[in-house]
Design a protein around this ligand. Structure first.
Ligand SMILES: Nc1ncnc2c1ncn2[C@@H]1O[C@H](COP(=O)(O)OP(=O)(O)OP(=O)(O)O)[C@@H](O)[C@H]1O
Length: 605
């Protein structure tokens, strides 16, 4: 309730969005702005968020920081001022600059200030002239109604606990439940232009720290490290698995999970997540697109908040079969032009996503064509989709058993096989990876209990010796060499490309399938036939980058919704990619499975 002795510093209170639905008020208090006499703030913590009502003599203005934009809070105490530091201990708090606080357990606290400070961290959506962006906002509430720090701190803690309960969507209690589980972060240092470590440290770790979400960070040591890791560890120890890198690391994690005997339970209990540090970043862009989360190159605020909030959504996965392998994919299968660009532009990896544009130009000039047969199960009425077929659980064998491998000892605890060491066991916050020492002079961004791990590398890399076996849902398709149902459409001839995506974006700036949903059981197949001119290809690429792909439909280019497909290329030369990863050149078929995999998504709706 209103308390004449409370003071407030609203450092950067922003967020003008107003709530129109009646909300429940959990806490309310009146605070002064010490620098502005005659104005008070009525602060309310409601089911919608934090309402800051500024009242002067004749006006009242409300700002609301929505709950979904708040990431966490922290109780602090005033920091001891240095002798000769310029300000007297009894000076009341006036400017932002003078506010120096420390952790309540710090040895450097100011015993003379009995105030308790509550810091509330939020990343508020702000519409600038050009774009929607998140801005970091810190609201500082100073509690000093009581004569003792302990009592003021009790008040501040009450606010903090209520915020915690509201964020966790739990009934309000003085002891909010604490999720002990950490996030598992698998970071590919080689993804994109090779900046994943720095990006994580600078842009993600601070948000996880504010949200008090601990994590175990493993830096991958070789291709397929992430795959082996999730296949062989007890993934239930973690609250989610985060791929820091490009779509390739997520592909590894997805397939490693499907190599587990308990894949079904593992997917149900442990959501996946992605933070975009690669060159393509199609999936991260897709997730932001569907949840109206602003997406900028190397901006990971919204997706980092998603890690903390823990809201998940189901996402389509596609079971892909080649002559020698079964794999699962979350993004795309490509044959021809786009795969050529993806693979051949690898040599320009250091320039990031620009490599695709440059190579696209080069390859359009020297256009190739590929002969083969394309077959697909067309979805005739996209507005009236059939219910997804029942998933056949078990091992993911091809129907004639061609890819059937013996049930092996695929599940074991890799701890026994690899010399993993933990930076934290008994030695808190000691970093083991060399790059951390580079940054250790800067702010230390490790959430309480977070660990940094590394694999000991002694010449040859340690790898799991186990021959993995792919599990996952069984196929509904005939085997790769068998005849397809007569209801399928068949097209034989020469193609510039066939690219199939089940997500809206196949790259940061590449809106491929505007009608796609995260989990709709639809694959969008783009077919470009040979005979198309270079200028038509140029104009196609231009339209695609502007998100107008659906406008393109002519005698050479078409986009069709399918539920399954097969590509049977002729000859030996060419590239086929799955989620941007090169797979063997030859016949390939795929079918879609919604409702298996969960992915962490922004809490914006
Ligand atoms: N430590 C490592 N050393 C070398 N390669 C690695 C390592 N860790 C993972 N990889 C491999 O790097 C490849 C590319 O990874 P990733 O997808 O993260 O980046 P990208 O290709 O730049 O991004 P995108 O897939 O979005 O285009 C993957 O095939 C992955 O298996």
């Amino acid at each position: 309730m209103a308390d004449s002795k409370s003071g407030i510093d609203v450092l950067h209170a922003m967020g003008e969005e107003k709530a129109d639905v009646k909300e429940q008020v959990h806490l309310e208090e009146t605070f002064y702005i010490l620098s502005k006499k005659k104005s008070v703030f009525r602060v309310r913590l409601t089911s919608k968020g934090l309402s800051l009502i500024k009242e002067t003599d004749d006006t009242s203005k409300e700002q609301i920081i929505l709950l979904r934009d708040i990431i966490g809070s922290k109780c602090m105490r005033s920091k001891r001022r240095r002798v000769g530091g310029g300000s007297c201990v009894c000076t009341s708090l006036v400017g932002n600059q003078q506010l120096k606080v420390v952790d309540e357990n710090s040895g450097d606290l100011d015993e003379n200030d009995i105030s308790a400070y509550l810091y509330i961290y939020a990343y508020v959506l702000k519409q600038n002239r050009r774009s929607l962006k998140r801005e970091r906002t810190t609201i500082t509430l100073r509690f000093r109604s009581f004569d003792k720090y302990e009592d003021n701190n009790k008040e501040a803690q009450k606010w903090r606990n209520t915020i915690k309960c509201l964020l966790a969507n739990e009934p309000i209690s003085s002891v909010p439940t604490y999720n002990e589980k950490k996030l598992l972060v698998l970071l590919n240092p080689k993804s994109g232009p090779g900046k994943a470590r720095e990006l994580f440290q600078e842009k993600v770790a601070p948000i996880l720290l504010e949200a008090e979400v601990p994590y175990d960070l493993y830096v991958t040591k070789y291709a397929n490290y992430a795959r082996e890791f999730v296949r062989t560890r007890n993934v239930y120890n973690w609250r989610g698995i985060v791929a820091v890198g490009g779509d390739g690391v997520l592909f590894e994690i997805l397939n490693g999970m499907f190599e587990r005997l308990d894949w079904q339970q593992a997917f149900a209990e442990v959501p996946l997540a992605v933070l975009p540090c690669g060159s393509g970043n199609g999936l991260a862009r897709t997730i932001c697109h569907h949840f109206d989360e602003p997406f900028f190159h190397q901006n990971m605020t919204g997706l980092s908040m998603a890690l903390a909030r823990g809201k998940s959504s189901q996402i389509d996965v596609v079971r892909v079969e080649t002559k020698s392998k079964i794999m699962f994919s979350m993004l795309s299968v490509g044959w021809g032009l786009m795969s050529d660009i993806d693979i051949e532009s690898e040599r320009l990896r250091s320039i990031g996503g620009q490599r695709f544009t440059l190579w696209a130009l080069a390859r359009t000039v020297a256009l190739r064509k590929y002969k083969g047969v394309l077959s697909y199960a067309l979805i005739k009425d996209i507005g009236n989709l059939p219910k997804p077929k029942q998933t056949i659980f078990g091992r993911s064998v091809s129907q004639d058993g061609a890819l059937d491998s013996p049930e092996t000892e695929a599940f074991f605890d890799c701890d026994e096989q690899t010399e993993t060491y933990c930076a934290d066991t008994g030695r808190k916050h000691q970093r083991v990876d060399s790059w951390y020492s580079v940054h250790s002079r800067r702010t230390f961004y490790s959430a309480r209990g977070s660990d940094y791990h590394s694999i000991v590398s002694g010449g040859s890399e340690l790898r799991s010796p186990v021959h993995a076996c792919m599990h996952g849902p069984g196929s509904h398709l005939p085997s790769l060499m068998s005849e397809l149902p007569s209801s399928w459409v068949h097209e034989e001839g020469e193609f510039v490309m066939v690219h199939v995506s089940y997500q809206s974006h196949i790259g940061e700036d590449f809106l491929f399938a505007p009608r796609s949903r995260l989990c709709d059981g639809v694959m969008w197949m783009l077919i470009i036939k040979a005979g198309i001119s270079r200028s038509q290809i140029f104009s196609f690429l231009l339209k695609v980058t502007q998100g107008h792909i659906s406008d393109i439909n002519n005698e050479y280019i078409k986009m069709v919704p399918v539920s399954a497909f097969r590509i049977a290329p002729e000859g030996q030369n060419g590239y086929i990619t799955v989620d941007g990863e090169l797979v063997e050149y030859g016949p390939i078929q795929a079918e879609i499975f919604p409702n298996i995999v969960n992915i962490l998504v922004p809490d914006t709706k």
